[in-house]
Design a binder for this molecule. Structure first.
Ligand SMILES: [Mn+2]
Length: 320
């Protein structure tokens, strides 16, 4: 490996380092960034800045999340020596902080979305990896970097949540080997599982129940979906992460082949989260400018919630 794409060399020679997580952050992007920040701190004695779109209460146990800054609070005038994106499938998934990515001297893109275009100078994209967290552990192993318990906990949370607790098709022998390695670094699996899954605010759970209660089942129950409106989000006083895991609950029904939620972001702007058991839904989402994984993908459609849901239904019916 020459020095041009030797990550260790690059980190050593970078003074100001920024880690960018994607919009509507999940456990993988947050865990990967917090874990990598810990690794850089331990092995290079450097502090990384971390940017997050919004704060997710569930992941407040991640050490470095406390010092992370919101996109909206980021100093857009800064020029970083190095920007690393984690789990960011496309440039638009970093919204307003893309300006910091564009200005950076060196950029690295670490991701496992097959639809990632490779938008950075150095791209480490492994669609076979269960999660970005898994890739970060692999990189650390390749360079022989020490992984402390703090880093291991964050990276384990990334892998745990992106594999749906080691249940999804992205779970491989490598996933278990890497998880096992993190246990050797001090992670206690049930501790992290409790923090990730048994720590939801009451209004979050009740809001999701409300959304499930009004779900629509169609095409012999093969398709299940629910519409989420801003007025309901306001009524239940839930955060931007309020639909996390909701589509998976609809998919968990035995008759469901594909499930989606249509969430109102603004009038005539709807976010679709699509999940399936066997259908390649990333193809459907890419028709609308989105992407993701084969069985878990998303897109944003310039239409009302009802119209967007109809568009998705029409595409699903072509492939079911
Ligand atoms: Mn991921």
């Amino acid at each position: 490996m020459n020095s041009d794409n030797n990550i260790e060399y690059i980190i050593k020679n970078s003074k100001k380092i920024l880690l960018i997580t994607h919009i509507n952050p999940d456990g993988d992007t947050l865990g990967s960034a917090c874990g990598l920040a810990s690794i850089v701190k331990t092995n290079f004695k450097k502090n990384c800045d971390i940017l997050i779109d919004n704060f997710v209460e569930t992941y407040s146990f991640l050490e470095n999340l406390k010092s992370a800054k919101l996109y909206s609070d980021a100093d857009k005038s800064l020029v970083y020596d190095l920007v690393i994106t984690l789990d960011v499938a496309s440039l638009d998934r970093m919204e307003q902080v893309k300006v910091l990515f564009d200005k950076a001297k060196t950029t690295i893109n670490i991701d496992h979305h097959g639809t990632n275009s490779g938008f950075a100078q150095i791209n480490i994209i492994e669609p076979e990896a269960s999660s970005t967290g898994e890739i970060v552990v692999k990189i650390a192993g390749d360079y022989g970097w020490k992984i402390t318990k703090e880093a291991a906990d964050a990276l384990y949370a990334a892998i745990l949540t992106d594999t749906g607790s080691f249940r999804y098709s992205n779970t491989s022998a490598d996933t278990f080997k890497i998880a096992s390695k993190l246990l050797d670094c001090g992670t206690v699996p049930d501790e992290i599982a409790k923090k990730c899954y048994d720590s939801y605010p009451k209004n979050f759970v009740m809001f999701q129940n409300y959304c499930l209660n009004k779900a629509v089942f169609t095409d012999d129950d093969k398709i299940a979906y629910t519409c989420v409106f801003r007025k309901d989000i306001e009524k239940f006083k839930v955060g931007p992460d309020c639909t996390e895991g909701l589509t998976e609950k609809l998919r968990s029904i035995v008759s469901t082949e594909t499930a989606f939620i249509a969430k109102e972001l603004a009038p005539n702007l709807t976010k679709i989260s699509l999940r399936s058991k066997n259908t390649d839904v990333s193809k459907i989402c890419s028709l609308f400018g989105g992407g993701g994984h084969k069985f878990a993908a998303g897109c944003t459609i310039k239409a009302s919630v009802k119209q967007a849901a109809e568009k998705i239904l029409a595409e699903l019916r072509k492939v079911l």
